[in-house]
Ligand binder design. Structure first.
Ligand SMILES: [Zn+2]
Length: 446
């Protein structure tokens, strides 16, 4: 039985509208409200979900479609919380769920309630079709991703691993189309960077602001920050980035391909990246895919205008590549700012890199070939972090693949103003996801 895709488009639009209208801004989250909404929809169709709260109001939902156990489960995972929205900066209220001009508007329509709606619809369509499945399909919708997942996926892994054990998982993080140098690519996230955020402190002689000296904590901190901004850290081409860059290089015109390959070589990177006719967004993406990064984001020093403080502090968001540790990063940062600056790590989450030569990746590739015959699916390193870092602790191979047609410019609205998704994208993503899951889990015996 093939789903009626016009009806599905309506249905999934309704789910996303409903989800957007439930305000799950984190903090405080209140994801239980969204989990209960999903539970009611699932129950109506004969699927019995479980909601477990990590803290009051912080609900995590799990549901399961049973297969015959010939193969290990596939999990469809997503988070239900969203980041804050500055409502007065939006054209339409961020929790309106309005449909207008072919778009569904609201916070979470690109991160990640659209994926929640697609996964929900996929589960329901498979249940209605009544097709035999070779694998269980688990649906997990979590709290708390946007502040690190300690009360969401991290908590589930710690306390309810039995409910979510799976061989593979499909998550947010990839799946979008990227246009590079005239060719189209789709990303499948198989790797993500880790975090090694730190506080950077400088000290100096306190005193009266009317008598300046160079021994001033604020000046020393400014000097360190200036050096960080002006210096590129060493280049590290990890396996996934080699595959990604190599895959793009193989598809585009030959002279662009040579420059792309040169991005992987420390001595050639700078010249090649300047020469390629790509926009600053892509340049920033390639840079972050090939380097550990340090971004100063918070400053703190002094409490009175005429008093020289004895200490100044910057907080830096720092990300490390697969294969790199916080200690490796520290050595690189020391090489830039010198020994005198104090550095205290505030967190340390290792990066991830999963194998991509798997049957699931192959299924995704085959399905995408049908929908976008001229586009190429490539393994992709996400430079941020997702709940994959928690779930992969259970040995699950987590792929980021929330199918999205693009254009990529829309993705810039993630965490920004006027976040919205085109209904066309939503319908496309649902259809692609359904095909991937039904082909990967289908249990018809030959
Ligand atoms: Zn997200």
């Amino acid at each position: 039985m093939t789903p009626n895709w016009d009806a599905v488009r309506q249905e999934v639009t309704g789910y996303l509208q409903d989800l957007v209208r439930i305000d799950t801004t984190n903090p405080p989250g209140n994801e239980t409200l969204a989990a209960e909404y999903l539970a009611a929809v699932l129950q109506r169709e004969g699927i019995q979900p479980t909601i477990v709260e990590s803290a009051p109001g912080r609900g995590n939902l799990v549901a399961r479609l049973r297969g015959d156990g010939r193969a290990a489960p596939l999990m469809l995972m997503v988070h239900l919380d969203v980041v804050t929205a500055e409502a007065d900066q939006w054209t339409r209220p961020p929790f309106s769920g309005d449909v207008s001009g072919g778009y569904l508007w609201g916070r979470g329509t690109l991160d990640a309630k659209e994926l929640a709606a697609m996964e929900l619809a996929t589960l329901l369509l498979l249940k209605r079709a009544g097709r035999p499945l070779a694998r269980d399909i688990i649906f997990m919708a979590n709290a708390d991703e946007e502040t690190g997942g300690k009360l969401g996926a991290g908590w589930m892994v710690k306390h309810h691993a039995d409910l979510i054990c799976a061989e593979y998982a499909i998550n947010e993080g990839g799946g979008f189309g990227l246009d590079i140098l005239g060719e189209r690519f789709f990303t499948c996230q198989v790797a993500e960077k880790g975090t090694a955020r730190f506080a950077m402190r400088t000290r100096g002689r306190p005193g009266h602001g009317s008598q300046p000296t160079r021994d001033n904590a604020v000046l020393k901190l400014a000097d360190a920050i200036q050096k960080i901004g002006a210096t590129e850290l060493p280049l590290h081409a990890t396996a996934t980035t080699r595959l990604f860059v190599g895959g793009v290089a193989a598809k585009v015109e030959r002279h662009y391909g040579l420059d792309l390959q040169a991005l992987l070589e420390p001595r050639k990177y700078r010249v090649a990246v300047e020469r390629l006719p790509i926009d600053d967004g892509l340049r920033a993406m390639f840079y972050a895919m090939l380097h550990n990064t340090v971004t100063p984001t918070m400053l703190n020093a002094g409490c009175k205008i005429n008093v020289i403080p004895s200490v100044a502090e910057a907080r830096c968001d720092a990300r490390v590549l697969p294969g790199q540790s916080a200690q490796d990063l520290l050595a690189e940062v020391r090489g830039v700012v010198g020994k005198e600056v104090e550095i205290e790590f505030l967190d340390d989450t290792p990066a991830l890199e999963t194998e991509y030569r798997t049957p699931l990746f192959e299924t995704i590739r085959c399905v995408m070939k049908r929908y976008a015959p001229r586009a190429t699916l490539l393994p992709y390193l996400v430079t941020g972090a997702t709940d994959a870092r928690h779930v992969s602790k259970l040995g699950t191979k987590v792929y980021g693949f929330g199918p999205m047609l693009g254009p990529t410019a829309e993705l810039d609205r993630i965490h920004g103003h006027d976040e919205r998704i085109s209904i066309e994208n939503l319908a496309f993503g649902t259809r692609v996801l359904y095909d991937i899951v039904s082909e990967f889990c289908g249990g018809e015996r030959r």
